[in-house]
Design a protein around this ligand. Sequence first.
Ligand SMILES: [Zn+2]
Ligand SMILES: [Zn+2]
Length: 188
Amino acid sequence: MSFYISELTAFAAFFVYGSFFEWTLHKYLMHQPRWKYPFRAHALVHHGLFRTGTDYFLSDKKYMRKVRFAWWNAPLIIALHVPAILLIQHLVGAPILAGACAAMAVYYALYEYLHYCMHIPMGRRLEQTRWFRWLDAHHHMHHKRHLNNLNVVLPLADAVFGSLISAKKRIPAPDRQQGAYRMEALLG
Ligand SMILES: [Zn+2]
Ligand SMILES: [Zn+2]
């Protein structure tokens, strides 16, 4: 297999894997008190500050830091995967390390950016797209039912594991334009 094909295949495979990793991490570490840090930061703090309806949006400037993860989370998650990726690379006999790490970095960056935009509406072009609106309503429903709609980026694992709440059964997401006016007043 040529270098590019194996790396590109690894990128696609690890992006899909990202959905299952996100789902598992979110369900078992962020919503169950197995390890205090992620449970506190997410289930108690994030879900405590961001709820549904207009409470889905940032309510105070001082909570800005409660939307995103701490900076060291991404390098730690990727680093923990490296030994397994190296093992797979050895077994398949083709280079995949760069593609696999890039997929995880892109998935993680998308998670952080999309999730940030979801809770802090600014009238961005992205927020007008049907794709974003669908994902946003999906995540808004997660803030109502914490063990459903666990994916933020790619709700594939939600569909596979039966935790997806269909669009018809969601509660309506709050008006993002109204939210953007509020953010403007809040953030200046
Ligand atoms: Zn959220
Ligand atoms: Zn959650």
